[in-house]
Design a protein around this ligand. Sequence first.
Ligand SMILES: *Cc1c(COP(=O)(O)O)cnc(C)c1O
Length: 380
Amino acid sequence: MTDSLHPATHAAHGGEAPRAPFYDVAPPLHLSTTFTRDAEGGYPGGRVYSRDQSPAYDGPERLLAELEGGEQALLFSSGMAAASAVLHALTPGQRVLAPRALYWALRNWLREFCADWGLTLDWYANDDLDELARLIQAAPTHLLWIETPANPSWEVTDIAAAAALARAAGARTVVDSTVATPVLTQPLALGADIVLHSATKTLNGHSDVVAGALVCARQDDPFWQRVRRARALGGAVLGPFEAWLLQRGMRTLFVRARAANANAQQVAEWLAVHPAVASVSYPGLASHPGHAVAARQMRGGFGAMLSFRLRDGEARAKAVAGQLKVFRQATSLGAVESLVEHRASVEGADSPVPRDLLRLSIGIEAVEDLLADLRQALGQ
Ligand SMILES: *Cc1c(COP(=O)(O)O)cnc(C)c1O
């Protein structure tokens, strides 16, 4: 019976059935770091120590695995810690392919980490499968990193085609699906081996938890076993209260994601015809180069993230960000409140992001208020 339920129903229930002894409707919070042995020295509760075995992870990990259609999920102390566990599962001399448009903190860290740890790192254009195929053929590849839609240009990668190229070459594929969310895309069903989420973003959705997650297609994959070890022994684990908050946040994931996606589509269409706007990047617009692929691999929406460029340049972009009142001017994304950010000034001097670009994370406010706010800030 429960297997036939829609993922939105599992999410609304937090992925758990009420349990003994109290049959709580909201899950209990487990804080213990250690667990008692019985007289024979066994562990009747099946746990030894909470670093890697906190009962607080059971509910949210089971729910995430369910939503992504994977065999196992692992929570981490942040999205970056989850990414770091994947990279630590590689060994010196192995090769990583990463997209040129990529969450900037990860791009900077990847460069340093791969250099320090003797990994080869090559870059591909997010939406160029021919280039990717050439790179994969040029030298043995061990890890293909995909982010789609990718920060902050929202370029789209065809997961099924890219993962098939990687698989044929014996490489693992990891998809950072933070922006797509399991509401829209299930990368494992498209051939990826591991899905990554910055659970700080849409999964939790309330700007009050920093967390990360990985979900695997196959638990017995030796590469996944190495990722597991990287968490258990590397120790970048999530606190139980954060895990509890994340599970609570995910109970409203589907309604939040759908409302934000619908708002984002309207905001993108409105901006696309505004005279002060030079261009809008949103996969839900027919003008977006990745629209057709996005329409195939994202169901029921194109995400809550978009960027736009101002005709009058950087100073105007910054002025507009400062004028917005309903949009908060802050970094991060995927929460209930809408945010605006001048990306280039956050990313620093070597950022490839155009200086006239503003990034919007669309929340679940009344769309009329978002449009009115943009109208007053753009001043036309
Ligand atoms: C925020 C973000 C990350 C990093 O996650 P943290 O939880 O901040 O460590 C990784 N990928 C994407 C796409 C992000 O937006």
